[in-house]
Design a protein around this ligand. Structure first.
Ligand SMILES: *[C@@H]1O[C@H](CO)[C@@H](O)[C@H](O)[C@H]1NC(C)=O
Ligand SMILES: *[C@@H]1O[C@H](CO)[C@@H](O)[C@H](O)[C@H]1NC(C)=O
Ligand SMILES: *[C@@H]1O[C@H](CO)[C@@H](O)[C@H](O)[C@H]1NC(C)=O
Ligand SMILES: *[C@@H]1O[C@H](CO)[C@@H](O)[C@H](O)[C@H]1NC(C)=O
Ligand SMILES: *[C@@H]1O[C@H](CO)[C@@H](O)[C@H](O)[C@H]1NC(C)=O
Ligand SMILES: *[C@@H]1O[C@H](CO)[C@@H](O)[C@H](O)[C@H]1NC(C)=O
Ligand SMILES: *[C@@H]1O[C@H](CO)[C@@H](O)[C@H](O)[C@H]1NC(C)=O
Ligand SMILES: *[C@@H]1O[C@H](CO)[C@@H](O)[C@H](O)[C@H]1NC(C)=O
Ligand SMILES: *[C@@H]1O[C@H](CO)[C@@H](O)[C@H](O)[C@H]1NC(C)=O
Length: 467
């Protein structure tokens, strides 16, 4: 690596870093907007017939307390699915699982179910006469349910018409909160959620984006003292996520909630920092939310995965300096398990960064120039219209910590400094220590924030002496 440094003048004295006070007043900075690349897409999951159920089997007419309902992207299983399982308070019949049901008509106080097959009608008569009350789940539109939702009816009395093969229920329309004990929702590539043998299901929700900033975007300016320019900046990520949610309606309690996030991430950042005087600040340039695509099961669940990125730096220098610095990161196959209820169960695998880094500085200066890029993958979950509303996410933050230290005699501890002269000193020189730093933080808004992975790799510790 190449670190040319030129020195305008000898330093007269070493200032303690804490003394690098604001010779410039520090106040709000100008956050220059970059390219707005927001794309909002909503993926709507609509009811899909459960392909694992044999619709002609007579057992489907028998009320059961365990029901599994499938939802698919745009009502098909080709592009992603969600499995919703309810442990019901009442025995329940899922009418769409009975092929012989040819019509379902609903109004505020009744449901009429019409059969086309006497054998199945008779089986229903036997099974249903014995159960009261029980629950009917409809997916038959009309007056029964909204287009993208299923209807839930709690029945009371019923009558059978053996000539028309119609069953008429006195019923009330209700919802899952009053008829289920526990609801479980699995989405994405969880083991055991492959629901069909014949159907190919894309099991994950995947987003990818590449987000270049226009070259030479000014990220931060505090005229006439400071200008930070992104000569080039490109951030790319592929994110795949899946998750599991379990809710207990009796206790109003989230019993399980976790997400699994798989990421490929790349970032290349070349920054120029022109500082006209002693200055100290931190700035962050936040790009507009790049992708906010919602996955929605109408009436039940909304999942909002979002990707955000930020470029920032912590700067602290005691004299005018021009710095150019580059940091590049490529990371493939990073996985994180984010348990919202238990931070100790959150874990990561495969976050091994490959990086490049360099810095050139012009000037006789002391301080720190620490640029970083942060990618945040956030997943928000909203269950049953705000009954549960929270989010969790991961922030991957690669960066470079560059410490510039003037080393007049007695100035600093030079242990570990390379490039010393033969007598082992670096007096009247400048030490440049650079580290590649990478942190992976997890957060679950209401509950915790924790660092899952953190690494600091020394790149160079060099003495440039002009003595
Ligand atoms: C995208 O969705 C987010 C979250 O709903 C919202 O805050 C943002 O304003 C939306 N952006 C656009 C361009 O619609
Ligand atoms: C009626 O349903 C039974 C049981 O599913 C089935 O065996 C029979 O073939 C069906 N009859 C007709 C006419 O579809
Ligand atoms: C419902 O599912 C649970 C968990 O899988 C199981 O323990 C229980 O036996 C099932 N009940 C019925 C009636 O199938
Ligand atoms: C869902 O259907 C709408 C309207 O037909 C279409 O615009 C959209 O692209 C589809 N979404 C997916 C993910 O296929
Ligand atoms: C639902 O909860 C009630 C009350 O705790 C309980 O009596 C019933 O057995 C539960 N039903 C199921 C299917 O677990
Ligand atoms: C995302 O996936 C595409 C297609 O596989 C690939 O070309 C691209 O390099 C990936 N992006 C990152 C940041 O790994
Ligand atoms: C890098 O610098 C930042 C401040 O800019 C500091 O918070 C962080 O602890 C430093 N990391 C290492 C590994 O020194
Ligand atoms: C540092 O200077 C060298 C030589 O001029 C150049 O090749 C390199 O790209 C520069 N690095 C940065 C980060 O500007
Ligand atoms: C090393 O640097 C010190 C301090 O500037 C100087 O006194 C000494 O003569 C130098 N030694 C050599 C071998 O250059």
């Amino acid at each position: 690596m190449f670190f040319p440094l030129s020195f305008a003048a000898k330093a007269a004295a070493v200032l303690a870093l804490a003394d690098i006070a604001a010779s410039i007043p520090i106040e709000a900075y100008t956050n220059v907007q970059g390219r707005a690349a927001t794309t909002n897409a909503t993926t709507v999951l609509a009811p899909v017939s459960n392909p694992n159920i044999d619709k002609v089997a007579l057992e489907n007419v028998v009320p059961t307390t365990n029901v599994s309902l499938i939802y698919g992207v745009n009502g098909t299983l080709d592009q992603g699915d969600m499995k919703v399982s309810h442990a019901m308070k009442y025995p329940t019949v899922v009418l769409e699982d009975i092929a012989a049901v040819t019509a379902v008509d609903c109004d505020a106080t009744s449901v009429v179910v019409t059969f086309a097959n006497l054998t199945v009608f008779n089986a229903a008569q036997t099974a249903w006469a014995a159960e009261s009350p029980f629950v009917l789940i409809t997916n038959h539109m009309g007056d029964c349910d909204a287009e993208l939702e299923r209807g839930i009816f709690l029945t009371s009395t019923l009558t059978f018409d053996t000539t028309t093969l119609e069953v008429t229920f006195a019923s009330e329309k209700t919802d899952v909160s009053t008829t289920a004990n526990v609801t479980e929702i699995a989405f994405g590539h969880l083991a055991g959620t492959a629901i069909a043998k014949r159907t190919t299901i894309n099991p994950t929700y995947t987003m990818d984006f590449t987000a270049p900033l226009a070259d030479n975007t000014v990220l931060y300016q505090y005229a006439p003292y400071v200008t930070v320019t992104a000569d080039t900046a490109t951030v790319g990520a592929n994110v795949t996520f899946s998750g599991y949610f379990k809710y207990n309606w009796l206790l109003f309690k989230v019993e399980d909630l976790y997400f699994d996030v798989d990421t490929d991430f790349s970032a290349d950042l070349a920054l120029s920092l022109d500082l006209a005087a002693s200055y100290s600040t931190s700035f962050a340039y936040t790009a507009p939310s790049l992708t906010y695509s919602l996955v929605s099961v109408p009436g039940l669940l909304t999942i909002g995965p979002a990707l955000n990125f930020e470029i920032g730096a912590d700067l602290s220098v005691n004299a005018a300096v021009d710095v150019t610095t580059e940091v590049g990161l490529a990371l493939t196959g990073g996985s994180a398990h984010l348990d919202l209820l238990d931070s100790a169960s959150s874990s990561t695998t495969g976050w091994t960064p490959e990086y490049t880094a360099s810095i050139n500085a012009t000037g006789s200066v002391e301080g720190e120039v620490n640029p970083y890029v942060a990618l945040t993958v956030e997943v928000a979950i909203d269950f049953f219209s705000g009954l549960v509303d929270l989010s969790a996410g991961l922030t991957a933050q690669p960066g470079l910590n560059n410490t510039l230290t003037l080393t007049a005699s007695g100035g600093v501890d030079l242990a570990g400094v390379t490039g010393l002269n033969s007598s082992g000193t670096c007096s009247e020189g400048l030490e440049l220590a650079s580290e590649f730093v990478f942190d992976l933080d997890a957060f679950a808004t209401q509950w915790y924030s924790t660092t899952l992975y953190s690494v600091a790799i020394p790149i160079v510790d060099q003495c440039y002496s002009w003595a």
